[in-house]
Design a binder for this molecule. Structure first.
Ligand SMILES: NC(=O)c1ccc[n+]([C@@H]2O[C@H](COP(=O)([O-])OP(=O)(O)OC[C@H]3O[C@@H](n4cnc5c(N)ncnc54)[C@H](OP(=O)(O)O)[C@@H]3O)[C@@H](O)[C@H]2O)c1
Length: 240
């Protein structure tokens, strides 16, 4: 049976790489982001709807168009995410923090509430998280908070939705626009993680998204068998 995979943040980075991977596997891919990924325009099985996840009230309208006629979703990848301007917590503007929380956290609640109530079978949900949500390293401010809260959101949905397998997965550093932003920031002693990211850039410790997506896809399959629903998994510290 053809697999159906829904991916948020499908226009670039990891989300575009997931779409390319699952399309090559013959899956139907339902994708959303603000920009349309032109490389999949002609791809058989690719369906796209522009959705701005910061507009919480606009999400369900877009989703109902994207999922028209869909009665089963094998995998939902909650991938879309944004960084907060890097810096200390006390320097972070509250409106910026709220914006990051809306996109990285609350948009996923809106998405899950719609999908779990409107699609009869949702087999697996993977939220793309980050080590930043665990470590509390200086400078990651609202982004770190959003990923810590995302991990808990996934745990809570898992507890109340036994028919669906949930995990939050940290992919480790990936060579995307996000790293382009982080690695061009001036090195500052107070933010040692930036220097560490710069060192890992252009090495196999920061793979390109096309390289990482197939590895993550097999991790997702394994996770369904090996990990209790609701868990956080870091690809760099697999429990198997
Ligand atoms: N790159 C890393 O090193 C790294 C490490 C750990 C975790 N992650 C996580 O991995 C995920 C993917 O990151 P990435 O590095 O691939 O980022 P990216 O290259 O910046 O891509 C982000 C994607 O999210 C979408 N997006 C952003 N804001 C959106 C909005 N308001 N509405 C709808 N879609 C929106 C973007 O599409 P549009 O701009 O077209 O809307 C784009 O498709 C994120 O959750 C990130 O936190 C990344």
């Amino acid at each position: 049976m053809t697999q159906t995979v829904l991916i948020t943040g499908v226009s670039a980075g990891l989300g575009a790489a997931f779409a390319g991977h699952y399309l090559a596997e013959g899956a139907d891919v339902l994708g959303c982001s603000r920009r349309r990924p032109e490389q999949f325009r002609e791809a058989e099985g690719f369906h796209f709807e522009p959705i701005d996840l910061s507009d919480l009230d606009g999400i369900t309208g877009g989703l109902s168009r994207l999922c028209a006629g869909v009665d089963r979703c094998d995998l939902v990848i909650l991938n879309a995410g944004i960084l907060s301007p890097f810096g200390d917590m006390r320097e972070a503007r509250l409106e910026e923090c709220q914006h990051v929380l809306n996109v990285n956290l609350w948009a996923n609640k809106v998405l899950l509430d719609w999908l779990l109530s409107q699609i009869p079978v949702v087999t697996q949900v993977v939220a793309i998280s980050s080590g930043a949500g665990i470590h509390g390293n200086r400078g990651w401010n609202a982004y770190a908070i959003s990923k810590a809260a995302l991990n808990m959101l996934i745990r809570l949905y898992a507890a109340e939705t036994p028919a669906t397998h949930f995990t939050a997965v940290a992919p480790g550093p990936v060579e995307t626009a996000m790293q382009e932003y982080l690695c061009q920031l001036p090195g500052e002693e107070r933010f040692p993680t930036l220097a560490s990211l710069k060192q890992r850039r252009h090495t196999d410790q920061m793979p390109r998204p096309e390289v990482l997506a197939p590895r993550l896809a097999s991790l997702f399959t394994e996770a369904r068998q090996r990990v209790p629903s609701g868990e956080f998994i870091d690809i760099r510290r697999l429990p198997w």
